[in-house]
Unconditional design. Sequence first.
Length: 428
Amino acid sequence: MSNLQNTANKTSLLKCAQLVLPNRIERDMCLLLHNGKIVEIAAHIDPPQGTNIIDATHDIVMPGFVDTHVHGGNGADTMDATPAAFATLSTFFAAHGVTGWLATTVTANQNDIDTVLNVAQKVQTDGSLNGAKLLGVHLEGPYINTKWRGAQDATFVRPANPAEYENWFARGIVKLITMAPEAAPENLTLLDYALTHGAAVALGHTDCTYDQALTFFARGANQSTHTFNAMRGLHHREPGLVGAVMDTPVYAQLIADGIHVHPAAMRALYQCKGATKLAVISDAIRATGLGDGEYRMVDQTVIVKDQVARMPNGALAGSLLTMDIALRNIIHTTGCTLPEAGLMCSHTPAASIGMGHCKGKIELGYDADLVILDDRLCVKHTFTQGTIFSIKQENLDFDGFQQWHQQQKQIDLDLDKARSSRLNDILK
């Protein structure tokens, strides 16, 4: 991906064939961007002299994707904790339409998490990332339940300790934390502390009951982490966290890869929550965009075969999903409209971390975070606060990317066939 032109502090005019707004698609519209903001939306705009004109008259323009739960991609991982790794992730994510992301940690020792937070603070402050904007950090653990640890390292699961987490939140970089309500009594105190320091709280990697989940939601937790995954299942006499999520107006994260969650369960969650409460995430790992093989997740081995990532014991280990594919998957699977899919991939996740006032919508005053797609919903360009980028394949591991891309196309085709078959059965 290369920075085509630094337009963040200039004025740009986008001429759009289709403009995806929160509740509709407008055709043959123009967007005026200035100083990284959307300042005018109209069928015709007379731009100021010197305006950068961008022709998207054959394309779809929609809000850039916001990924609040992503670990890695293109050979890099948040836990690498280096500016180079964060730079790789920023450009890779932007190549797939992401304009904002949370660097997501895994359960690890205090020093490793400290280092991630230090690097995240540095690159966010110095503006060195050339691509998707780092919005903050998502602490996935370490205050979870080992029973539902998934790919998290049980060695480092522990009760919440104020001497540890107060230092993390004091930095102001933590925007989301995943915890298990039942893991320790201290987690209720942690919940209150996180909220007072500007972080959203998600429930996940948990064996909590319906009532335990309701207690935390009533106290301020506002979402579930990768709903259905790493939590007890829905039961008619003990609905658990899944039931609590379906029964309350909280946000539900969903890995929309068709692997972590059965398409029927994806549809059920969508029908229950709607586009304004279902937040599509990638949960992508280092191997995303690369081929099959063995990869590292801190001190653990992840085996990727046929584009499914697993631990040696068979547990799923994150996904190989990118947000542009997630957009197509959620449409194929649920039958939602493009504006609804745009909400689930952009504004809903932004709102779930308290950034819905400036991210994830094409509205006046919002950040100029946009993605330009062709008629197949494939990414052509991405804008981050008015700066436009374009994909350059040489910045990707090309052989691995080609293998991954072909396998993802097959997944797309399989989802299409499954959905067409289901519709044909219904219409018979």
